[in-house]
Ligand binder design. Structure first.
Ligand code: HBI
Ligand code: FE
Length: 279
């Protein structure tokens, strides 16, 4: 939350003409690196969404052009914001099918890691999945649910659902695992780590389990949850969370490195990356 908002919904003009040649060059580096690596790693829906969008290697996309493809497809649109916005502002946008995207781009010294969501994370990572009708409904439902969870004081429980799906989700496809989370799809190193590294746990997605599991915001995830199908998000968008909040609100959270007896394990992580050895 960097700049004081001029509008109550925190939106700003994308200011496309103020991007420098260096900004576009950063986009190009990131874009070409991901597009070369994602085939066989990103799920089909991500690839299809990307193909139907006006994204080019050599320039940061214009949000008005993206919206010409996105609006007729799923009723979503991208709006520009200066960076992280307050939770209630964020949720209100999502509940109304507006995706707030940072308008700035990281600099060439921060290609692999930055704290705030920039235009590469938000547009390259999130917008292709917003072309998918199932994901489109799911994120809208998350926005509405987020406003409720905030009022009930249980937002951390719901935020984990978003984190382990929309941001860092994996899905079974073509007899293997594919990535669909935007936090992964926009990160070269984590796209490799989440699928190829022996270190992290990869468990079947189970809602209550996910709602109890802490996550890392400063490093690769120690655990990834795997949907059987993206269509599972349809049911997830219709879940009545009230009884889950009741049950879970006073339970301790689980550390992300821990595997439980009832977990369905696709891959048990060695833990080597985060803990320097097997446990
Ligand atoms: N703001 N621009 C932006 N992008 C986000 O992903 C975002 C945010 N504000 C709050 C937020 N995410 C999360 O804290 C919620 O999903 C819980
Ligand atoms: Fe994101």
């Amino acid at each position: 939350m960097t700049t004081a908002p001029h509008r109550p919904d925190w939106t700003i003009d994308q200011g496309w003409h103020t991007y420098t040649a260096a900004d576009h060059a950063v986009w190009q580096t990131l874009f070409e690196r991901q597009m070369a690596m994602l085939p066989g790693r990103a799920c089909d829906e991500f690839v299809q969404g990307m193909q139907a969008l006006p994204m080019q290697p050599d320039r940061i996309p214009r949000f008005d052009e993206l919206n010409e493809a996105l609006l007729p497809q799923t009723g979503w649109q991208v709006v520009a914001v200066p960076g992280l916005v307050p939770d209630d502002v964020f949720f209100d946008h999502l509940a109304n099918r507006r995706f707030p995207a940072g308008n700035f781009i990281r600099n060439a010294q921060q290609l692999d890691y930055l704290q705030e969501p920039d235009v590469f994370h938000d547009v390259f990572g999130h917008v292709p999945m917003l072309m998918n009708p199932v994901m489109a409904d799911f994120i809208q439902a998350y926005g509405a649910g987020g406003l409720r969870a905030e009022r009930l004081g249980v937002l951390p429980l719901l935020a984990r659902v978003y984190w382990y799906t929309v941001e860092f989700g994996l899905v079974r496809q073509h007899g293997g695992l594919r990535l669909f989370g935007a936090g992964i799809a926009s990160s070269y190193t984590e796209s490799l780590f989440c699928l190829d590294d022996p270190s992290p746990n990869r468990l079947r997605f189970e809602l209550e389990r996910v709602m109890r599991t802490d996550y890392r915001i400063d490093d690769f995830q120690e655990i990834y949850f795997v949907l059987d199908s993206l269509d599972d998000l349809l049911d997830l968008a219709r879940v009545d969370f009230a009884p889950l909040y009741q049950r879970l609100r006073h339970q301790p959270s689980l550390p992300p490195g821990q595997v439980l007896p009832h977990d369905h394990i696709w891959h048990r992580g060695s833990g080597a990356y985060h803990h320097g050895g097997s446990r």
